[in-house]
Design a protein around this ligand. Structure first.
Ligand SMILES: *Cc1c(COP(=O)(O)O)cnc(C)c1O
Length: 383
């Protein structure tokens, strides 16, 4: 079956009691048991440990990522935290992409370092640097590709090869491309992580997260800490996400086509000094983008003449593009990572990995692309 068929039908079936075509929102804390001896005979006890609406989403995501099992969470950060908690103990070491979502960096450095976990932030775009960073106590390689916000890519198959040689788990944050364009487990990774807040939801309605694993056993380990810590997804969020996913492939294709057109417009504009989009031939890792994913996504970034001040003016003068954190929604969002999503990454570290003060990030939405280009064109004239 093709992806679009699966995104609509996988994991769900008409409600056996009423025939409702949509999985109901099972908004209940507890589930009544038939008897002490038949405890859990219907499979549910308490909504922290399992809820039918959330499980429908988990089944669907496992199918879409071609994985063994999925667990959903309150947020994308909770998903990343569950992976860390399930795999790493004090004294263990993890290799993390040096460019990643700001919250990932913050979680590692301000929380888990305090528990005695060691982290190396490595340029995972170069497999040799990953290999060189492996220690005897390395248990996890956590990569994000394309990485937020510079779009630096990691060769998933190459890094998975290094990880498996050393018996290390490889987790990939696949939020930017979704399984419609990129399936890390098929390339050898063990865990695919998502902020479902982004393209799965697609409508700026919810925050949520997911992990999909290549084995049931690994999912059980992760699910154990999820239940122990209680960072579950609510049934309402799961229900909204189930609806969002039904249009994932068409949203991704249209938003990516818009992003390409905007990237080409920006690249040719005299006031734009640099424009980065994995689909452009000028993108430094364009070939890797084309070979490990079936699409380039809808995220891009650029810098304008006049540096930081001009970039800020541009973000303040767009009218249709909306100044906001978040990405992946049908609304086009413009972000200044240095003051917004990556404010907690130290300045020296930001500069080392190429998150410049003038970097403007664009999450391209589903509006008519001519309107978006008009908006950007007008704002560029005003800077
Ligand atoms: C947003 C994001 C996260 C964090 O997800 P939340 O749902 O905001 O907690 C993690 N990784 C990437 C790549 C993201 O874009």
């Amino acid at each position: 079956m093709g992806f679009s068929t699966k995104q609509i039908h996988a994991g769900v079936e008409p409600d056996p009691v009423t025939g409702a075509i949509l999985t109901p929102v099972y908004q209940t804390t507890t589930f009544v048991q038939d008897s002490v001896d038949e405890y859990l005979s219907k499979g549910y006890s308490y909504s922290r440990s399992g809820n039918p609406t959330v499980q429908a989403l988990e089944r669907k995501l496992a199918v879409l990522e071609n994985g063994a099992a999925c667990t959903c969470y309150a947020t994308g950060m909770a998903a990343i935290q569950a992976v860390i908690q399930a795999i790493l103990s004090g004294g263990d070491h993890a290799i993390v992409s040096d460019v990643a979502y700001g919250g990932t960096y913050r979680l590692c450095t301000t929380v888990y370092q305090r528990y005695g976990v060691e982290f190396s932030f490595v340029n995972t775009a170069d497999p040799d640097e990953v290999r060189a960073a492996v220690r005897d106590n390395t248990r996890l390689i956590l990569t994000e590709t394309p990485a937020n916000p510079t779009l630096k890519l990691t060769d998933i198959a190459a890094v998975s090869g290094i990880a498996s040689e050393h018996g290390i788990a490889h987790a990939v944050d696949n939020t930017f491309l979704t399984p419609f364009y990129q399936r890390p487990l098929e390339l050898g990774a063990n865990i695919s992580i998502h902020s479902t807040t982004k393209y799965f939801d697609g409508h700026n309605a919810t925050v949520g997260g997911a992990t999909i694993t290549d084995s049931e056993e690994l999912d059980e380990k992760i699910r154990f800490v999820q239940n122990a810590g209680g960072v579950i997804m609510s049934p309402w969020v799961a229900w909204l996400t189930l609806q969002g996913i039904k249009t994932l492939s068409i949203r991704m294709d249209c938003q990516s086509a818009n992003a390409r057109a905007i990237a080409e417009f920006l690249e040719a504009h005299p006031k734009v000094t640099r424009a980065f989009y994995p689909g452009l031939a000028s993108f430094p890792q364009h070939e890797l983008a084309a070979s490990q994913a079936s699409g380039y996504g809808a995220m891009l970034w650029f810098e304008v003449e006049g540096g930081v001040a001009a970039g800020k003016k541009l973000m303040d003068s767009v009218r249709l593009c909306t100044l906001a954190e978040n990405l992946g929604s049908v609304e086009t969002l413009i972000t200044h990572p240095v003051t917004m999503t990556h404010a907690d990454v130290e300045e020296a570290e930001r500069h080392r990995v190429g998150i410049t003060d003038g970097l403007v990030r664009l999450s391209v939405g589903l509006e008519d692309v001519e309107d978006l280009i008009d908006d950007l064109s007008g704002a560029l004239q005003r800077i």
